[in-house]
Design a protein around this ligand. Sequence first.
Ligand code: CP
Ligand code: NVA
Length: 314
Amino acid sequence: MKRDLRRLLDLSREDIEWIIRTAASLKKERKSGASSKPLEGRSLGMIFQKPSTRTRVSFEVGMVQLGGQAVVLSGDQIQMSRGESVADSARIFSRYLDALAIRTFAQEQVDELAAMADIPVINMLTDKYHPCQVLADLFTIYERKGTLEGARVAYVGDGNNMANSWLNAAGLMGFHLMMATPKGYEPDSQTLASAQDMAKNSGASIELFDDPKQAVAGADVVYTDTWISMGQDEEAKKRLADFKGWQVDQSLVSLAAREAMVMHCLPAHRGEEISAQVLDGPQSVVWDQAENRLHAQKAILILLIRDDAKKIFA
Ligand code: CP
Ligand code: NVA
């Protein structure tokens, strides 16, 4: 049975632990100059309906490092932009490729592609979720703390695709998530309800606030993201006004645990959701976090493309 990564919840807790362990081992391998090629002869198609720097480069380079190749397709240059159906496109891609990744607006488009394709489909960001980012983030926290158990993650800002992905992650992995969003910018209510439901089994605690100070108090991780996501440029003026006072700055970070790490999926907007002092300061781990996209995604690709992934990497 082929597997997809439409959202984080397509993975089990064990899969995520495997991805973190494998990302760590692939990172070590890369730093030592060694390279295994578990995806030799395999091809990944990547469709972009929105811009990307990190996701595109890390997936493309990651595929090559694993011995395979990537074909990058800009959304406006494929026939889907002229009305060829998602279903027909999925059938065609399945005849050429070993996996298909897409960055787009509607989550439903990823779901439909996954339903129609015979190959694994990977969500490289939709308006609703960004699973590849949160997997790299979990790896980054694990790398620094040695565990996710007991971690206290504060998410401050827009209840967007990153916020929803953090809810998925907390529900599944069982850590503490304190999320602060301004009124009217809460995360997706169904995603929240299902995370709270999963929390009963996983041991997670999920708290929502409308005051960033309450969320950040005692946190080990302070996470934020842009106030204006891709596709929301027309709302920019209103959003900048509504998020006034929500910047992750030094005074907010000082309420967190003493050695708390500051994370941001990037691109960052210094002076908006985060101050330059914090983003460029000693507690910021954003550059390592961005690098870890590469290692985590290589693990994701192996897991989805190779049926025997867990035998190759124990
Ligand atoms: N964080 C992230 O997904 O970055 P890009 O938009 O540059 O891919
Ligand atoms: N929330 C942001 C994340 C960018 C990686 C967006 O969707 O634009």
